[in-house]
Design a protein around this ligand. Structure first.
Ligand code: ZN
Length: 253
């Protein structure tokens, strides 16, 4: 079974479509979507429609909650709150309701055993797991060997194998070409794996990020894919959203 793992699309249609074309070529059987489908980007309805078509497993993100009125975005910075408000007004009533109904993680995989999906952490859907220290408790407490998480927009993850703790980062050769990096999982170890963000990477690499989990090979294939970032930026400017939401995309920050 090959599972396409996507997260933090954030209303970026160009990045999503480009990644889906690459993933289709690579082949996959099911999709796990780790949330923050909307918020920041200028194509919320298009991205929700595409996500609904893809189906699979979903968990909700903090932006999905803010953009659908579950939370009031009061802990968001000014720009994020403004984008959440804009998104809420843009979503069709049906799409707004779909976003509102997204389930809270963790959600166990229905197709492979010992795998679960969360947005932030297995212990708290809104928690950020950024450095290995943040991963201690979630990895110890996680009920599955493999947990897919998002929220930080940083591709890679964390592992514990006996006494050994590790931070995982894929290694790439270029900054502007389509690339993949395969990581072999070990039996007996526990993993937190972040596919990275499709729509707003923050790990210094502007290319859209996703991953494919191959359960037969027990490996994760991380991808970084260049996309029409100028097209995405134009939509953000045209929508009247804050300029910073466009400029940060080329910085990968
Ligand atoms: Zn996000």
């Amino acid at each position: 079974m090959r599972i396409l793992v996507i997260s933090d699309i954030h209303g970026n249609l160009e990045a999503l479509e480009t990644c889906l074309a690459v993933a289709k070529e690579a082949g996959y059987d099911r999709v796990f979507n780790l949330g923050d489908v909307v918020g920041y980007g200028a194509s919320p309805n298009e991205v929700v429609n595409r996500s609904r078509e893809l189906g699979g497993i979903f968990v909700r993100g903090n932006h999905d909650k803010a953009c659908s009125g579950i939370t009031n975005a009061e802990d968001f910075n000014h720009i994020a709150a403004l984008a959440a408000h804009w998104t809420k007004n843009q979503l069709t009533p049906e799409n707004l309701e779909w976003v509102r109904q997204l389930p809270r993680g963790p959600i166990a995989s229905d197709v492979v055993v010992d795998v679960q999906c969360v947005h932030g952490s297995p212990l708290d859907e809104d928690e950020y797991i950024i450095v290995v220290r943040d991963s201690y408790e979630p990895l110890m407490e996680a009920k599955t060997s493999l947990t897919f998480f998002g929220h930080t927009h940083i591709q890679g993850g964390f592992a514990v194998d006996g006494e050994e703790w590790a931070t995982l980062r894929p290694i790439y050769e270029s900054e502007d070409k389509a690339e993949k990096f395969e990581f072999q999982l070990k039996k007996g170890a526990k993993y937190l794996i972040n596919p990275g963000s499709i729509g707003q990477p923050r790990d210094g690499d502007w290319r859209a990020a996703f991953a494919i989990y191959d359960s037969d090979a027990n490996s994760i294939i991380f991808y970084r894919i260049p996309y029409d970032v100028a097209g995405t930026q134009k939509r953000i400017y045209d929508a009247g959203l804050p300029d910073r939401l466009a400029t940060r995309l080329t910085e990968g920050r």
